[in-house]
Design a protein around this ligand. Structure first.
Ligand SMILES: C[S@@+](CC[C@H](N)C(=O)[O-])C[C@H]1O[C@@H](n2cnc3c(N)ncnc32)[C@H](O)[C@@H]1O
Length: 263
């Protein structure tokens, strides 16, 4: 969850030297928002966890991840023979969902982690899905090439959120749809606690399944902490050349799907 401490307004009535204020200040100082790792560190982390990425995803989401990717493709609505780009494709599960749902569309997945793409390669073989290894902050793609873009659990990992959204706006044609599927901060306390507990369990399980990558999964809750709220993300998407059409909350608000149209 985003760090609520950083948003606390101590207010003018609080005496700066009162005990409560001091404790609060210490707490605020000791719980800074986790810093964003450098892009190279993020790439290396995904390369390291690639061998067990798919297994962890399906075990820990109880298969819900595939349903959510399908939902994202459904909302992206590429024309039947149009072009869809899966940004931060990883092991290409969203691209595969797009291929199944739109057999005549051209589907391309892009990611900078070579090992994630190596896992994707046998899955997409014979499926007519293009895979490109590239940094999504500088896509090697022409302007206005795609009719639809979908990004599943990728935006949160971009070292520069703004640059990533601007790049997606650049390669999407006017009127094309962008769908962002991401974790989000639940609005009420109970789902937030459930999500916190789930991530605790997640980290432990991943520690067992993927000892080499276990560090990567302390990164998961931290990356959600850092990520903008659903409303903030809507504003950001709006500032990058899109009009947000809908925000769909799923799984008690722990997942958000933003749908936007390129202006
Ligand atoms: C959590 S995985 C999501 C993978 C996939 N979309 C899925 O649904 O499972 C995030 C992916 O984003 C990729 N990624 C993060 N930053 C990137 C960047 N700047 N350029 C390209 N890929 C990036 C990582 O390599 C990783 O494969």
């Amino acid at each position: 969850m985003r760090n609520p401490g950083l948003h606390v307004n101590i207010g003018p009535a609080t005496h700066p030297h009162s005990c409560a204020a001091l404790i609060l200040m210490v707490l605020l100082k000791s719980t800074p928002k986790p810093a964003m790792p450098a892009a190279d560190d993020i790439r290396r982390m995904f390369d390291r966890i690639s061998p067990t990425y798919d297994l962890c995803n399906s075990l820990l989401s109880l298969g819900m991840d595939q349903r959510l990717r399908k939902l994202a493709v459904g909302l992206a609505r590429p024309p039947e023979d149009g072009r869809l780009l899966d940004v931060c494709t990883g092991t290409a599960d969203l691209a595969l969902a797009a291929r199944r749902m739109h057999p005549r569309a051209q589907v391309v997945g892009v990611d900078f982690a070579g090992q994630m793409l190596s896992k994707a390669q046998p899955k997409v073989a014979e499926k007519k899905i293009g895979l490109v290894q590239a940094n999504c902050l500088r896509l090697p793609l022409l302007d206005a090439t795609f009719d639809a873009i979908a990004i599943a659990w990728g935006l949160r990992n971009l070292a520069d959120l703004n640059a990533g959204l601007l790049e997606m706006a650049r390669v999407l044609r006017k009127g094309g749809r962008l769908v962002v599927l991401e974790f989000s901060e639940p609005r009420s306390a109970l789902p937030a606690r459930v999500l916190g507990a789930a991530f605790g369990l997640h980290s432990r399980l991943v520690g067992l399944i993927a000892p080499r990558g276990s560090k990567a999964y302390t990164y998961l809750p931290e990356s959600i902490d850092r990520f903008p709220s659903a409303d903030e993300l809507s504003s950001l998407i709006g500032e990058c050349g899109f009009e947000v059409e809908s925000v769909n909350r799923r799984v008690l608000g722990c997942i958000c799907v933003h749908v936007a149209v390129k202006l």
